[in-house]
Design a protein around this ligand. Structure first.
Ligand code: GLV
Ligand code: MN
Ligand code: MN
Length: 418
């Protein structure tokens, strides 16, 4: 292969696609999706596969105390902060093959393309898989990137438990035991810039027939956990006046919240995605309900209003029960720097790829990296915009188009003179 070939020309569509299919075997579901929740056995096996691929092309691998995973292609100036790219390998319980994985594999394809051209970048280039982006097993999500960027403390993160009462700390110990030969390094290390590639998870690019999304920023999001406590008793013998039915109170809260968040313009996003009833037996009055709230809005001011209404509304609908509302994460709308956005646009234009600017309605680890270094994101279309669903799909042609743009931007940044 010619020494001067641009990495964006050396990326391989087949290799990128085949790696998606190979990683999708870790946690494959019968309906064609992926259940690979953070720090599960399946997540660990996916990392093991990536360690093998990384070492095969002569890259080093690292972990950190929050289970973030890095693959490093050493530059000629290893003392300089690296250019970082990547996303996450964990999935929702009924997730697809591309959410998160694409950013990691597109980044890895860029490393391999650079290797194949025989060139060495000035700065090192690293690919990262952040720990627990999804937040389905351990809430809230984006734990690894928040801890890396110093937005949340390690102590706060490792104390979080899953529904089976296993902590993040215990799960990180399992990871360390399973992959003992991955050396550790500190959190919060300096990074030159972070570029994350991701499927769009919405139908805008597909509707416009445009292969590249230049992400302007990420809409704001607030998440809560609500615990409603009543009292269990006999369904047949307990009269109405003595009942403290946690389910009835909780459903009243959800309906009131839904009315509060109803938006005729359809900009507000309101979701109760997790709802747990205890003891969950047909003839026992529910004693405890735990549910999640996820509210998103592109206007930070509106998000503040909607989020601030949650606790008063839950208290007003508690009836005879007690209610505790915990805010798990608060993230306002953000904008990525114009410098990276215009570089992504210019790279797409050089490659002859159509592009358009759009705001990300979904959350990404890039949110926290944006507090740490210059950050940007590249989107590619996914089928009908469907994501967080086992049928999530994307075409090899769109995936490689995004990887080409990523290669241009990463290569240019790794070789700039600053
Ligand atoms: C990310 O997975 C999100 O929920 O936006
Ligand atoms: Mn994702
Ligand atoms: Mn996701």
């Amino acid at each position: 292969m010619a020494l001067s070939q641009a990495p964006s020309q050396a990326v391989s569509e087949d290799r990128l696609w085949n790696r998606h299919m190979a990683l999708a075997r870790h946690g494959a579901t019968p309906r064609g999706g992926v259940n690979r929740q953070a720090l599960s056995a399946e997540d660990i096996e996916a990392r093991r596969t990536m360690v093998g691929w990384a070492r095969d092309i002569g890259c080093s691998v690292f972990g950190d105390e929050l289970g973030n995973f890095f693959i490093r292609l050493e530059g000629s100036r290893p003392d300089l902060p690296p250019v970082l790219t990547g996303s996450h390998l964990d999935s929702q319980p009924t997730g697809g093959k591309f959410d998160g994985v694409y950013g990691v594999l597109a980044g890895f394809e860029v490393l391999q393309a650079i290797r194949d051209t025989g060139q060495v970048p000035r700065r090192s280039i690293e690919v990262v898989a952040w720990m627990n982006e999804e937040g389905s097993r351990f809430a809230p999500g984006m734990m690894g990137s928040a801890g890396f960027a110093g937005v949340r403390s390690v102590d706060e993160i490792i104390a979080v438990h899953d529904a089976r009462q296993q902590s993040v700390a215990e799960s990180l110990a399992e990871l360390a035991l399973a992959l003992p030969d991955v050396p550790m390094r500190p959190l919060c290390t300096p990074v030159h810039s972070y570029i994350e590639a991701h499927i769009e998870q919405a139908p805008v690019l597909e509707a416009h027939g445009v292969p590249i999304g230049v992400v302007t920023g990420i809409q704001g999001k607030r998440t809560f956990r609500v615990t409603v406590t009543g009292e269990e008793s006999h369904a047949g013998t307990t009269p109405h006046r003595r009942r403290r039915d946690a389910l009835l109170s909780a459903t009243g809260m959800v309906q009131a919240l839904e009315r509060q968040c109803f938006d005729p313009l359809d900009i507000t996003r309101f979701t109760v995605g997790m709802f747990r009833v205890e003891p969950n037996a047909p003839s026992v009055i529910p004693a405890k309900v735990t549910f999640s709230i996820d509210i998103r809005h592109e206007s930070s001011a509106r998000l503040v209003e909607l989020g601030d209404a949650v606790t008063p509304l839950c208290l007003a609908h508690a009836g005879p029960c007690e209610v505790r509302v915990e805010e798990l994460s608060t993230a306002m709308s953000l904008e990525f720097p114009e410098s990276i956005r215009s570089e992504i646009e210019a790279a797409a234009s050089r490659l002859g790829l159509g592009h358009m600017r759009l705001l990300s309605a979904a959350g990404h680890d890039a949110r926290y990296l944006n507090d740490h270094c210059e950050t940007g994101m590249i989107f590619v279309p996914c089928l009908k915009g469907v994501s967080h669903h086992e049928s999530e799909s994307a075409t090899p042609a769109d995936l490689i188009a995004g990887a080409r743009v990523l290669a241009e931007v990463v290569w240019a940044r790794a070789n700039d003179a600053d």
